[in-house]
Design a protein around this ligand. Structure first.
Ligand code: BES
Ligand code: MN
Ligand code: ZN
Length: 508
């Protein structure tokens, strides 16, 4: 999609398939007339009354201008109240508008100058939010439908022109650029997570990681550990999980160094990358297994996020780690009751349930990230089914060992518009992972999401850490907000915002 911004252009003259016109509750008629001229604006205002459009955020209707302006269709959307137009509210306002654009199959779209004087939304955020919303709603799933099977390619948004009357058109343009990078990264994560496990194997994920490095112009460097190297390293928890699969495990490490040089602070992004989770010998049910190609959504998020951090040239060192494997039943599988004598972090673990594999792979991945010098860690994992009892398919659960870092991650999520809430880790639940014959066991019963987080925490130690359980939000059976059905790409935007906040905090 091409993104442009033009200064001081009359919206009436825009020859496009759809013209987006945002207006505030308080100035419905005047706003429409200012954007579309007296004739078309007046007709729009009358239609607004008929369809009960009042300008609230979330409202939207299509007007047929019948030649009164150059655009074929006009999409009017509510901006709510002036005082409350922050980026988050603007996002909510744009969501139905771009959904309409999609429904209309409009290829060329212009946005009329928004009356954004005296609103909290700045020029940069205006551009960025527009590009993110347009890019995220324009997503089409990477399908395998063929012309032979009757598939016709969909008409998509090709060109978005933002007409501005603000004082800082350059800032709008910069916002459009960064928004495009962000949307591309989220869509990349969606694509990876939607890919079936027969195609996106651990090896293929490693190849995708190498591609990300190649596209970064040398700013991201790969270090890919194959079986031999993983054995030598001693990541026995990862090896235990992968034992039942003919697919070889890969430990993938990506290092981003800013053009301005490395920083003292090194952000660690660790993503659960179980390419398929059958449950292992503790086999899942057919229903429970059906969508388990998605068990690498965390890995997809960290891979895509580090790509965006590099494209944005953020001045903070970042490292992404993925322990890629399958969890399969086989004669070679790890078994209930097995003991992993020495995980990479040195703790022994009794295997209570082979379906609690994610925390084992994460334990080794986090220990590895720490050895490679990360100073703060966020892990993203489709870790527990029970997190859905906390947040459904709407809110992710955040667990942490440092109040301050948890606050920073929650603030990043808020800025990014991804719903997330902290789940307390009471010390009382720690003992649930107690084993009679090893340091820990890998499943500690109820509350499943908290005991799982405690398991990981034992390996984290003192490094500031936040664990995001994204089992509920990374994949949905319905459309929601800016997200399509199936994979959502959850977490990418939060990680990018976290890198932004962290680079501000580190003052470089
Ligand atoms: N990948 C699953 C968690 C999951 C479930 C993700 C549903 C997305 C949707 C994870 O590996 C798992 O199987 N967890 C078990 C742990 C239990 C055996 C201790 C769970 O949550 O039931
Ligand atoms: Mn599992
Ligand atoms: Zn899993």
């Amino acid at each position: 999609m091409k993104l442009k911004s033009k200064n001081f252009e009359s919206a009436s003259a825009a020859k496009v398939d759809a013209l987006l016109v945002g207006c505030f509750e308080s100035e419905l008629r005047t706003g429409l007339e200012a954007a579309l001229g007296a004739e078309c604006g007046g007709a729009c205002a009358r239609q607004a009354q008929t369809v009960n459009f009042t300008g609230k955020t979330g409202e939207c209707f299509v007007h047929f201008p019948d030649g009164k302006v150059e655009a074929k269709q006009v999409v009017v959307f509510g901006l709510g109240s002036k005082q409350r137009l922050y980026a988050s509210e603007f996002r909510k306002a744009l969501t139905p508008a771009f959904r309409k654009v999609r429904e209309l199959k409009a290829c060329e779209v212009a946005v009329a100058p928004l009356p954004t004087y005296q609103v909290p939304l700045g020029s940069h955020d205006l551009g960025e939010t527009l590009a993110v919303c347009a890019g995220l709603i324009d997503y089409e799933i990477n399908h395998f439908k063929t012309a032979r099977g009757g598939h016709k390619p969909q008409q998509r948004l090709q060109k978005l022109t933002v007409l501005t009357n603000v004082g800082f058109p350059k800032r709008v343009r910069e916002g459009l650029e960064s928004g495009k990078i962000i949307a591309k990264a989220v869509n990349r994560a969606r694509d990876l997570t939607n890919l079936p496990a027969n195609i996106l194997t651990p090896r293929r994920l490693a190849e995708e990681a190498v591609k990300v490095c190649a596209d970064s112009g040398g700013l991201i460097q790969p270090n890919i550990l194959r079986r031999k190297a993983i054995e030598k390293l001693g990541a026995d928890a990862l090896l235990a999980v992968s034992a039942g699969s003919p697919q070889e495990p890969y430990l993938i490490e990506l290092t981003y160094t800013p053009p301005s040089g490395p920083t003292d602070k090194v952000l660690g992004f660790v993503g659960k990358s179980v390419m398929f989770d059958s449950g292992g010998l503790d086999l899942k049910t057919a229903d429970g297994m059906r969508t388990m190609k998605r068990d690498m959504a965390g890995g997809a998020a960290v891979l895509s996020a580090i790509a965006a951090v590099a494209a944005l040239r953020l001045p903070i060192s970042v490292k992404a780690v993925m322990a890629a494997t399958e969890n399969m039943p086989d004669g070679n599988s790890y078994k209930p009751g097995d003991v992993i004598v020495k995980t990479l972090g040195g703790l022994s673990v009794e295997v209570d349930n082979t379906d609690a594999e994610g925390r084992l792979t994460l334990a080794d991945a986090i220990e590895y990230a720490k050895r490679q010098g990360v100073t703060e860690v966020v892990d993203l994992a489709t870790l527990t089914g029970s997190i859905r009892e906390f947040g459904g398919d709407v809110v992710a659960g955040a667990f942490g060992n440092s109040g301050e870092f948890t606050k920073t991650v929650l603030a990043a999520a808020e800025r990014a518009g991804e719903l997330m809430a902290e789940v307390p880790m009471f010390e009382e639940f720690r003992a649930a992972n107690h084993s009679d014959i090893a340091d820990l066991k890998n499943s500690g019963g109820s509350p499943g999401s908290v005991t799982a987080a405690w398991f990981i925490r034992e390996f984290v130690g003192k490094t500031p850490w936040v664990h995001l359980d994204i089992a509920g939000v990374s994949y949905r059976t319905r459309e929601l907000g800016l997200d399509p059905k199936h994979s959502t790409g959850y977490g990418v935007r939060t990680l990018i915002e976290l890198a932004r906040i962290s680079s501000e905090l580190s003052g470089k």
